[in-house]
Design a binder for this molecule. Sequence first.
Ligand SMILES: [Zn+2]
Length: 321
Amino acid sequence: MKFALGIDIGGTTTKIALVDEAGQIANRKFFYTSKQKSENDFFESLFVSISELMEEAGSEAHLTGIGAGAPSANEREGTIENAANLPFSPKVDFVKVLTSKYDLPVSLVKDSNASTLGELNYGAAKGMKNFILLTLGTGLGCGVVVDGNLISGRGGHASEAGHVCVNKFGRECGCGRKGCLETYVSATGLKRTAFKLMANSMAESSLRNYSYENMTAKAIAQAANAGDVLALQAFDYTGETLGRAMADMAAWFDPEAIFLSGGLAAAGELLFQPAAKSMEFYLLDFYKGKIKLLPSALGVNDAALLGTASLVWQGLPTIRK
Ligand SMILES: [Zn+2]
């Protein structure tokens, strides 16, 4: 049986899976990226996990190729560059390391593009030619499909929507600049908003029992669902900011749908409702009522893995032998 090996590299965990052409995951494994001290440690753990995965799959399993998704991936070069949350040197030649070990075609895309390909090939975007996917987690990731093609850009760094400036006097961002979209619209952004609202208000709130370290987007969602006014305001503000940004994205790409995925999107209507309302308000007239705001049809864990596997089946960017 033929399989693609999908690798989804994240700051906390790295997940790997054997996926068939129909998008069925046969076997999967993960290890903690956060426990690796260096890129050598990382590759050693990766190779061990791959061996174990292949052993479990049995001798009938045959690898066709390897697809990977990672933060800060350079899709043109097959490298991972200046990844803030990975134990890597400034430039890791990921594709080269993998091809020299396995003698298979290897393809690398950035993490949000992996999720976008998963949605396109196996999820709710199947058959769509123009859509945007936003992953709302610790930061904000983005993938854009225009006229059926995932856009990559000159240097392989297109669609960095998390670092579009929405307020030049705004919050400091991990990228060193100010007012980036992800400092407002992400799990971290929601948390920063909740603390700002608490500082500016005397209202009672269950959120006041949390330290900054212990606060999570999930806790804010729970409080909001229980009717906590400050938590609801935090979601409204986040959704309003997101809606305005999506109206801008519509002006660039004219999508038929925008998908929200990731931990923060799991808040559901708390986020979707104010985001949709704000997007409609800010949209140019001829887009109004025409852009669907949808949740991802794939689990947070599976979208990226399926997307990386689809790189193999479709021979997408940076495949090298
Ligand atoms: Zn930034």
